[in-house]
Design a binder for this molecule. Structure first.
Ligand SMILES: C[S@@+](CC[C@H](N)C(=O)[O-])C[C@H]1O[C@@H](n2cnc3c(N)ncnc32)[C@H](O)[C@@H]1O
Length: 230
């Protein structure tokens, strides 16, 4: 286990990371066992820019999907005054996530819950509309996009804001198209270049985008599928 001290806009967070952790059932690496650079970008953006979108986090009900064991954006939302924050991920990640909530003394505002995308059963335990949904580095396969789309539909009401940060990779556009088929569009809110010195951290060499994910109206979804099939 490695302990990192991460500074976001002048506040220090403790992040406990585990290396090379595998799911005992599938044998796949548990990618949420360590902190991804997009979560630094999203956390910093929440402090420095989210309020510019006329939506300060103070008093809001927030959920982070695929939070990993660090849940840094959700912890940042709690520090910015969110009234309640759910940090969610698949079951094997949750013990590490609980340790990080504890290490940051955030237990009063923050709850850790299992939420596997697309699973109605695990969403039932959470089951309500949120003011804000956060996601960091969760844009991977087409199947995940479909499952995530289902989960987002259950969590989002008329006024829910969904903010997601991702490193820009070859498949990012393709992933957003998949999410579009599930009825969600993406608007780019901020672009960050990686490199040394970003908020005292080394944020890779890539580039990162913070998106707002918006639910499309039914007619837009229908029009889109018509255009794709014609
Ligand atoms: C690349 S990691 C990012 C972790 C964290 N958000 C960060 O930025 O440091 C992707 C996360 O998505 C979670 N994830 C992947 N598929 C999932 C699914 N079907 N349901 C819930 N979480 C999932 C993984 O467990 C992992 O924590």
């Amino acid at each position: 286990m490695t302990t990192r001290k991460i500074e976001i806009a002048g506040h220090q967070y403790t992040v406990l990371e585990q290396e090379d952790v595998y799911d005992s059932v599938t044998g796949h690496p548990l990618t949420g066992s360590w902190l991804w650079n997009s979560s630094l970008v999203l956390s910093d953006w929440l402090v420095t820019e989210a309020h510019l979108h006329l939506f300060p986090l103070n008093g809001k009900n927030v959920i982070e999907l695929g939070a990993g064991s660090a849940g840094l954006p959700g912890l940042t939302a709690a520090r910015l005054g969110a009234s309640r924050v759910f940090l969610t991920d698949v079951a094997p990640i949750l013990p590490g996530l609980r340790r990080n909530v504890e290490a940051n003394g955030a237990g009063e505002q923050v709850e850790v819950r299992e939420l596997a995308w697309g699973s109605e059963e695990s969403a039932r335990g959470i089951g309500e509309e949120f003011d804000v949904v956060l996601m960091s580095d969760v844009f991977f396969g087409a199947e995940e996009a479909r499952e995530l789309g289902k989960t987002l539909r259950g969590l989002c009401g008329e006024r829910t804001r969904v903010w997601a940060a991702s490193e820009v990779r070859d498949w990012t556009g393709f992933w957003l198209e998949e999410l579009g088929r599930e009825g969600f569009g993406a608007v780019e809110l901020a672009f960050r270049l990686g490199g040394p010195g970003y908020e005292g951290e080394l944020v890779g060499e890539g580039s990162f985008v913070v998106y707002e994910i918006l639910r499309m109206a039914q007619n837009e979804v229908a029009q889109r599928s018509w255009l794709e099939s014609s």
